[in-house]
Design a protein around this ligand. Structure first.
Ligand SMILES: [Ca+2]
Length: 433
């Protein structure tokens, strides 16, 4: 009886506590998930998260490139000409500002223990590096974090790829991509042709590191913000063979839309800054198969983390956010890559499973159709945690849509890239010609 009383009191106390935050970013993840109606995709863990929380069917990022999209998400600011490329984190303050630099900093200032793991900002380990050669390899020394005031810990183990290589681009043999030379995908097999294990690539190792960190938090009773940034499905589309085997290339759906927009630069239909030159037919079909394998691979890594959250009894008081940093043209419009103001480049998945205090069972699994933006995540986290965001965080809290998927979305989402801007209303994408 005494034990039961103690447990009851502990549960009541826990329910009154502000929630933990588990934020999981996926690099270049399109809404190609089963829960988004893509029935060919094998993504059971993301689908399960959507069934338990709220999936946003019309979520748009600020800029269709990693650094700028992540800067907008974390700072809560709309992109400007100074923050719409991969150097956007240059706008983060060097010295401690009066107002938080990000929602992570807001949480840190209010007592959350904040941890970055993998690619949460732009750099794959959270630190700026000197690049004497190029962005793909040859890093010489770390300088300072992308966000200097947000993290209590930045956790990263380079393992066999070494600190000099860019882990986003890792191949199983410990090498990293060299632009224009390395293949765009890898079927991970051992010397006997059997599938490599999950930890043959960095994301499998990251899942284990996240699990270890959650166990630390549970042991110590730490109120945490854990941000995990998986590297896949960014190029190169490398995954253990077991994930390639989940798909029959003969039955995969065609890209959509098929036609190239009028006025598009013809060179972009055969050349991408990301893949290099590419041809038609099998080349493009293989790229799609490889991408899907990478998505299923990281889906399983997410599943491991969520299972640990359950096992540790942390699910009830943890908000979980799944976010893709932008879309990707996977031969849609006959184009490859992300650096375009097109629907396929700007849409990305957003799934939020709120803590039990928000009653996620109400309308669980019913998607919200309203238009929302990545900058809305900042005020959402603040509201769920009982905090006030600074005036510079200009998004709108999504908590009403977490409670009721039929609550209205926005009139429009704003995105830009280079000198071009675009608006997405509930019905149209409006882009100056
Ligand atoms: Ca990205």
């Amino acid at each position: 009886m005494k034990t039961a009383l103690i447990l009851t009191c502990a549960a009541m106390t826990a329910a009154a506590q502000p929630p933990n935050v588990l934020f999981v970013a996926f690099d270049d993840l399109r809404p190609d998930l089963g829960c988004y109606g893509e029935s060919h995709m094998v993504t059971p863990h993301m689908d399960s998260l959507a069934a338990q929380g709220r999936m946003f069917r019309n979520h748009y990022v600020a800029v269709p490139t990693c650094g700028a999209s992540r800067y907008a998400l974390l700072s809560g600011r709309r992109p400007t000409s100074a923050t719409d490329d991969n150097d956007a984190f240059n706008a983060m303050p060097a010295t401690l500002p009066a107002q938080p630099e990000s929602w992570v900093d807001l949480l840190r200032r209010n007592g959350w223990h904040t941890v970055s793991m993998g690619k949460v900002t732009h750099e794959p380990d959270g630190y700026r590096w000197n690049f004497p050669v190029n962005n793909d390899s040859g890093r010489t020394s770390a300088t300072f974090p992308d966000m200097r005031h947000s993290w209590n810990e930045i956790v990263h183990d380079h393992d066999r790829w070494g600190a000099q290589n860019y882990p986003v681009f890792a191949y199983a043999d410990g090498t990293s991509r060299v632009s224009g030379v390395s293949p765009a995908w890898e079927i991970g097999v051992d010397e006997n042709g059997n599938s490599l294990p999950d930890d043959a690539y960095p994301d499998g190792q990251m899942a284990q590191a996240a699990i270890a960190k959650l166990r630390e938090f549970a042991d110590d009773g730490t109120r945490f913000c854990l941000a995990v940034g998986f590297y896949k499905p960014h190029l190169p589309f490398n995954a253990p063979k077991a994930y390639w085997d989940l798909y029959d290339p003969a039955t995969l759906p065609a890209p959509y839309p098929l036609s190239t927009p009028a006025g598009a630069n013809p060179a972009t239909t055969t050349n991408s800054s990301e893949v290099g030159s590419y041809s038609g037919g099998n080349d493009r079909a293989k790229l799609r198969h490889a991408y899907y394998a990478s998505v299923s691979y990281v889906d399983v890594q997410l599943g491991k983390i969520l299972a640990e959250l359950d096992a540790l009894g942390l699910t009830e008081n943890t908000v979980v956010i799944l976010w893709g940093d932008h879309g990707w043209c996977l031969d849609d419009y006959g184009l490859i890559g992300k650096h375009k103001l097109l629907e396929r480049s700007l849409e990305s998945p957003l799934i939020i499973r709120p803590p039990a205090s928000v009653n996620p069972e109400a309308f669980a699994g019913v998607p919200a159709e309203g238009v929302v933006e990545s900058i809305d995540i900042y005020p959402t986290i603040a509201e769920l945690c009982g905090l006030t965001p600074p005036a510079t965080a200009v998004g709108s809290s999504l908590v009403p849509m977490l409670r009721n998927p039929f609550a209205p979305g926005k009139n429009h989402a704003y995105s830009r890239y280079g000198s071009l801007t675009t608006l997405r209303t509930p019905e149209w994408r409006l882009t100056p010609g």
